[in-house]
Design a protein around this ligand. Structure first.
Ligand SMILES: [Zn+2]
Length: 144
């Protein structure tokens, strides 16, 4: 699409629809809901059992062999980490971020909102595996 056509389309959409994007209009939203209710009996496709099952399979396939997806809890996922043997609950957004960044997903092995980096936490886990005493974290004191 050349720039002239693009700008003309944009102008037309702005004149026809308040914000310039039909998908954002109340008319579209209402029509979409009505169609979904007619077809599936719910307001949004994501509320259907088919959609939930597809999402469950997608997450299950995405997880490495170290994890088992147990169930959905609204916006959270319940997952078992085979390595530590514990079940944990993680928000879908945190899960997505950890998958994208290739970080440890387990919130027990890699707690959320702790004040250390992933690299520091990996170092901690390594030290813990070879050292059986108290390990002091988050200190700027010189240890000697
Ligand atoms: Zn774990």
């Amino acid at each position: 699409m050349n720039e002239e056509i693009f700008n003309k389309t944009k102008q037309t959409n702005k004149q026809k629809y308040d914000n310039g994007i039909y998908l954002k209009t109340q008319n579209f939203k209402d029509k979409s809901k009505q169609t979904c209710i007619k077809k599936y009996g719910v307001e949004y496709y994501s509320q259907t059992n088919i959609s939930k099952k597809r999402y469950f399979n997608k997450i299950s396939n995405e997880l490495s062999n170290n994890y088992i997806l147990l169930k959905f809890l609204n916006k959270f996922l319940s997952i078992k980490h085979k390595t530590c043997g514990k079940n944990f609950i993680i928000h879908r957004e945190s899960y997505r971020t950890r998958i994208k960044r290739n970080h440890e997903i387990c919130t027990i092995c890699n707690p959320i909102n702790k004040h250390w980096s992933v690299a520091e936490h990996r170092l901690f886990l390594y030290i813990k595996s070879i050292y059986n005493n108290i390990i002091i974290r988050n200190t700027f004191k010189i240890i000697c």
